[in-house]
Write a protein that binds this ligand. Structure first.
Ligand SMILES: [Zn+2]
Length: 464
């Protein structure tokens, strides 16, 4: 019995993850993400899905990043009546992220003169269909199709999904694979039981500079330098994972006496809620040795000197705290959120240090700051830039080129075909070439809308 996979999104693109797997009777959609970073994407996303939504039996979510979940509520508008399966933390994070994006989508839609992609009501309808599934348990989610979750160590609750038909033919999808080792998230678990593997390839052609202790040392040294300057340390950070990772590192360095104990503020309502979810699920979804550490310490992300500032008043009060102090806030590319207010206040001060810990997309305010622009427009205001910039490249939440190849190798010998997705075309092709050359396996870079039939023997492209 063959399975059929169609690459509706995330083909030759990092974002917009959206794959349809069909068996003889059942249909399962894996991820339903937003496309980000392209001018045309807002209009394109408003168009109906390319597949028949009411006939989908189940939606399975790998993890709660918007490029994997951001279009899911739109399914409700097109007649989806199945269940939504994910790990418990993914469902919790999904609820937070989708509700947070409603206002932003409404603003964007107004700007483009189109109706918003979805409303809070659509999120309510979608979340009412949610079914949490544990790791490592085979569950039938559609007629003749079962799924199985394994950790990927990318963000809290992130998993790969293996889909199996009644005769044992199996396709697995990696979702996003983490940058192993992470101090508290478990390593990505190998997938050894799939006939075809849909691989992510965000960093398919690049290697991260600093790893492990070198990565920590670079951060510690930069923090020490910045604290000595006596000013404010601004860390724009993504609300899921990068924020918690920074808090974890700063907490450890202060507890170990490697850094002086200065005030640390988490000034992002979204990141505060996400951090609470990290704490809620740490017992079940963190590494084993970290679970032990937690028994003694209570939280990995809170420490003496740490303060979260949920209300606007608390946020404004940060202004009155003299430096040195650390402020973590969203958005990660300084393209919104509360970081803009702090940047307006502190970037003109030469004692300030701006930490760039994540990817900055071309055109974003964060990218301009990274590239040394003398002034930058944040939230409609021009800001003079006199602060020092410290840049780090090793804190990505994605495995690099070598990590991805290593992960692919573990899928052999059962996996005979790799579909390389979720990367820019150059990155996807580079990884596909390496899988072919080093592992001697078939590697395909599918284009958007392409369908393939998968059997235990191999794969065949279905002409459309
Ligand atoms: Zn992700």
């Amino acid at each position: 019995m063959a399975l059929r996979i169609t690459f509706h999104g995330g083909a030759e693109s990092v974002t917009g993850s959206n794959f349809l797997v069909e068996g003889e009777k059942g249909k399962v959609l894996i991820d339903c993400g937003l496309e980000q970073g392209r001018d045309a994407s807002i209009r394109e996303m408003a168009e109906p899905f390319a597949f028949d939504v009411p006939s989908i039996d189940a939606l399975v979510i790998t993890h709660a990043h918007l490029d994997h979940i951001g279009r899911a509520p739109k399914l409700m508008r097109e007649g989806f009546s199945g269940k939504v399966y994910a790990t418990h933390p993914t469902l919790d994070l999904m609820d937070i992220m989708l509700r947070d994006s409603v206002r932003l989508l409404a603003e964007e839609a107004q700007e483009h003169g189109i109706p918003p992609l979805y409303s809070e009501h659509d999120v309510d309808l979608l979340m009412a269909r949610a079914v949490p599934l544990p790791l490592h348990e085979e569950t039938e989610v559609a007629p003749g199709l079962s799924i199985y979750f394994r950790q990927t160590g990318h963000i809290l609750g992130s998993v790969s999904v293996r889909i199996k038909s009644a005769d044992g033919t199996a396709i697995a999808l990696t979702g996003d694979i983490g940058n192993t080792p992470n101090p508290y998230l478990p390593d990505a678990e190998p997938i050894e039981d799939a006939d075809a593997l849909v691989m992510e390839s965000v960093y398919g052609d690049r290697v991260h500079d600093h790893k492990g202790e070198a990565r920590e040392k670079a951060l510690r040294d930069a923090l020490s330098r910045a604290i000595k300057r006596g000013g404010t340390i601004l860390i724009p950070a993504f609300s899921i994972e990068r924020t918690q990772l920074m808090l974890y590192e700063i907490s450890n360095m202060m507890d170990a006496g490697e850094l002086p104990r200065i005030p640390v503020f988490l000034d992002s309502p979204l990141a505060i809620k996400v951090t609470e979810m990290y704490e809620k699920w740490s017992g079940e979804f963190f590494k084993k040795d970290v679970k032990e550490e937690l028994k003694h310490e209570g939280s990995l992300f809170r420490f003496r000197g740490f303060q979260d500032t949920l209300s606007r008043e608390d946020s404004m009060d940060i202004d009155h705290v003299p430096g040195p102090k650390i402020i973590l806030a969203g958005a990660g590319m300084s393209h919104g959120g509360r970081i803009g207010r702090h940047e307006a206040l502190y970037l003109p001060d030469p004692k300030t240090t701006l930490f760039i810990v994540g990817y900055q997309a071309p055109g974003s305010p964060g990218r301009m700051l990274q590239d040394g622009a003398p002034k930058v427009n944040v939230n409609g205001r021009w800001i003079k830039m006199r602060a020092k910039v410290e840049q780090f490249s090793g804190w990505s939440a994605h495995a690099d080129r070598d990590g991805l190849l290593e992960f692919s190798e573990k899928a052999l010998p059962r996996t005979k075909t790799f579909f390389v997705t979720l990367g820019e075309p150059a990155s996807a092709r580079f990884l596909a070439q390496r899988i072919h050359d080093y592992l001697g396996a078939k590697a395909v870079v599918p284009t958007a809308g392409e369908s393939w039939e998968v059997t235990k023997e191999g794969v065949t492209k279905i002409s459309t």
